[in-house]
Design a protein around this ligand. Structure first.
Ligand SMILES: [Zn+2]
Ligand SMILES: [Zn+2]
Length: 416
């Protein structure tokens, strides 16, 4: 299948004009054999630098796209950070006009950041359906140990060859499914925010993501039988997540309380002794199980009025104690204009019956757990090297990592 930006651009029924920087995504078996054709279609011209990890470079069944220069990064301990980007910027010839990322999410983040630095275009060749970041316009970077998202370059073209993607190590696909299942929470948080504050929901973007999620939910186990359609659906959902973010100009359709759980673990607050080496989507999958459990628990209460209190700012002493000196400034800055401060207790009470209906559409956490388990994926904190007894503190503290209105953040005003 092909996703063409022309079909998605322009004035939408939501009243806004959406714009997609990625001109074309191709998700097909044998797509890399037609790489030159697609490059011409999107008008990508000039000297190319193809960037691989040692892992993607070693894939025997990968048809390698033509490039004048090739850079291979050491996949061992590779992160999108100040070191790897400095290496690539130094190695890449001065006159390169197109960077082609061939490999994982990390290689993509390094390349999209360097493409922004050089003000050149960026082409994506994912070798596995492992994460939702391929089409993103921002890069998830770690600067001197701090996680941050940096404005970068969205790919002009994505060539996702299903012959390659369906042969990737299953661990990578499991991670991609975990990242996709997170959309149950992300989409619900979007609708819940709409009910409470009137935040706009674009029905077109919501509908695209909802359909993509349903396909992955229904069919993802088929990857265990090598079913190419299942791989296509997962890849489509992951690419569409990035495209939806481009169209909305925000990560709202793809990221909610479940991603905040993943980000909190990655940030390693001082009060928690955690150092998870799990992949992004593996952490999001576990975050989805935890968020679904908490949301369904809250929804058990039909009449919420006696449990809701007015907004109170986060306690400064708690922020310092929980995050520690290293992360205090970051956490403080992120929550300086707390999006929850505009919410009144009465808003939550008024929206509650609708919130309960939205939560009813999220599968029970046991079902999500079982789906991940059947796939052989991580499904609880212990699987991602985090003690299970941290569950309640991680669930409660996770919204502090990102100033976005989720039900998990509203929980500060709900004493249940
Ligand atoms: Zn994600
Ligand atoms: Zn719209």
């Amino acid at each position: 299948m092909e996703i063409n930006s022309e079909k998605y651009g322009g004035l939408c029924v939501c009243g806004h004009e959406h714009y997609m920087k990625t001109k074309l995504c191709v998700i097909e078996s044998g797509a890399l054999n037609k790489f030159e054709e697609y490059m011409e279609t999107v008008g990508a011209k000039g000297k190319r630098c193809a960037v691989y990890g040692t892992n993607s470079s070693a894939i025997e069944y990968l048809p390698k796209p033509f490039a004048e220069q090739t850079v291979i990064m050491n996949s061992e301990g590779l992160h999108a950070d100040e070191k790897s980007t400095a290496i690539l910027l130094e190695k890449m010839d001065e006159d390169v006009e197109v960077i082609i990322a061939v490999g994982s999410g990390t290689i993509h983040d390094i390349c999209r950041y360097c493409a922004a630095q050089r003000k050149i275009s960026f082409i994506s060749v994912p070798t596995a359906a492992s994460c939702d970041g391929f089409c993103s316009a921002v890069a998830a970077m770690t600067w001197y140990g701090y996680k941050s998202t940096v404005n970068a370059v969205a790919p002009t073209l994505v060539v996702a060859d299903l012959d390659v993607i369906s042969r990737a190590p299953i661990k990578l696909t499991r991670s991609g499914v975990g990242d996709m299942l997170g959309k149950f929470i992300a989409l619900s948080d979007w609708k819940i925010a709409h009910e409470v504050t009137g935040e706009e929901v674009c029905p077109v973007i919501y509908g695209i993501m909802e359909k993509a999620l349903k396909d992955v939910w229904d069919n993802s186990l088929e990857v265990l039988n090598g079913d190419v359609t299942a791989y296509e659906q997962i890849t489509y959902g992951l690419l569409m997540s990035g495209l939806a973010m481009q169209m909305l100009g925000s990560s709202r359709p793809a990221s909610g309380a479940e991603h905040h759980i993943s980000h909190l673990i990655e940030t390693r607050p001082e009060a928690l002794n955690v150092n998870s080496q799990a992949m992004h989507g593996e952490k999001v999958g576990v975050g989805t199980v935890l968020a679904a459990k908490e949301y369904h628990r809250l929804a058990e209460t039909e009449n919420i009025s006696e449990y809701v209190c007015e907004f109170e700012a986060l306690d400064d002493g708690w922020i310092r104690e929980f995050f520690g000196d290293r992360l205090y400034d970051m956490a403080k800055k992120e929550n300086a204009n707390d999006c929850l401060s505009g919410v009144r207790a009465a808003d939550i009470v008024k929206a509650w019956s609708e919130i309960r209906r939205i939560i009813a559409d999220i599968p029970q956490s046991d079902e999500i757990y079982e789906k991940l388990n059947a796939l052989g994926a991580d499904k609880e904190l212990a699987d991602i090297e985090v003690p299970n007894e941290y569950e309640s503190i991680i669930v409660s503290a996770s919204p502090v990592i990102r100033n976005r209105l989720t039900l998990m953040r509203m929980k500060r005003m709900i004493k249940l």
